[in-house]
Ligand binder design. Sequence first.
Ligand code: SAM
Length: 294
Amino acid sequence: MSRTGGKAETDSSSAGSERLAELPIHSETSFPDYRHEVERVWNHNSAYWDSSMGEGNDFVNVLCWPAIEKLLSIQPGQLVLDVACGNGLTSRRLGRLGARVVAFDVAEEMIRFARKRSTDEDGEIRYFVLDANDEKGMAKIDEGKFDCALSNMALFDMAEIEPLFRSLFGLLKPGGRFVFSMMHPCFNQASSALFGEREELDGEEVMTYGVRVSGYMTPTMFSGRALGGQPLPQPYFHRPLYALLNVGLQVGFVLDGIEERAFPSTHPPGRRELSWGPNFSEIPPVIVFRMLRP
Ligand SMILES: C[S@@+](CC[C@H](N)C(=O)[O-])C[C@H]1O[C@@H](n2cnc3c(N)ncnc32)[C@H](O)[C@@H]1O
C-alpha cells in the first residue's frame, strides 16, 4: 500500500509544478529517505518563507503562541531549546520573555534569516544549523540541561521524530517540558477538505461549515504549500495521534498538557470563505501538546 498521499494544501495557491519524488517508507512514523528532500525544499523556500511569515501570521499569533506561552510558562533566565526554529520568530519571542535561547534548524538559509532578524532587544539567542534527528549532533549541544524545549509547527515537517524524542529526553532536566504545536492530525491533514453547505430553514438561508476527512489511520507523506505562492511544495508527514504520541510516551515522557486551537467566531473573515478562520470556529486546525520529562 502506498503511504504517499495526494496534494492537500493548507493554502490552495498552487504556483509551480515541481513534484516530490516517491521514496520508500520504513516504519510507522519514519520516512528517512525524505530527510534530504526536506532540507533541500526548506533551503529553497527560505527567502519566500521569511518575507511572507516575518514575525508571525494569524496561525502563529492567534492559534499557536497563546497556547505555547501558557504551556511553557517561561521564567526569566530559563534555558530553552527552540527545535526547527525557522527564521527564529519563536526564538525571539522566547528571548523577549527573558529565556536564554538555543535555537536550530536543518535549513542553513533559514538560520541565516534568523540571525539577520535578531537584535539585542530579542535577548540571548544562539542559532545554529542541525538536523533535529541527528542524535550525535544533538548530543553535542553543550549548554547544560534545558528547562524546556519548543517546536512550533515543525514535527509534521520532519521525516523522522523518534531520534528527536530520544535526544530531548537526555537534554531536558528532570521536570523539563517539551511543548510542540502541530497541524491537527484529525482535521488539518492530507485527506481533509473544508466544505460549506447552504440550506433554507424556515425561509432563512443557513450556512454550515465543516471538514470532510477520508483518511487518518495510516502515516502518510503528502506534499503541500504552507504558504500560498511558496516556490516549491514541501513534504508533510501525517502521523495519527496514537503514532505521534506513542513516540514520546515510549521514551519515557508523560503527556501533561494539551490545547486544541480554533479561530474564534469573531475573528475577521479571511480572503476565502472556505479557509481556516471564523467560519470554522468549532473545528481546531492546530493542536498543542506538552510532554514532561519526569
Ligand atoms: C513550518 S516551519 C516552522 C518554523 C518555526 N518553528 C516557526 O514557528 O516559524 C518548519 C521548519 O522545520 C524545519 N525542519 C524540518 N525538518 C527538520 C529537522 N529534521 N531538523 C531541524 N529542522 C527541521 C524546516 O527547515 C523549517 O524551518
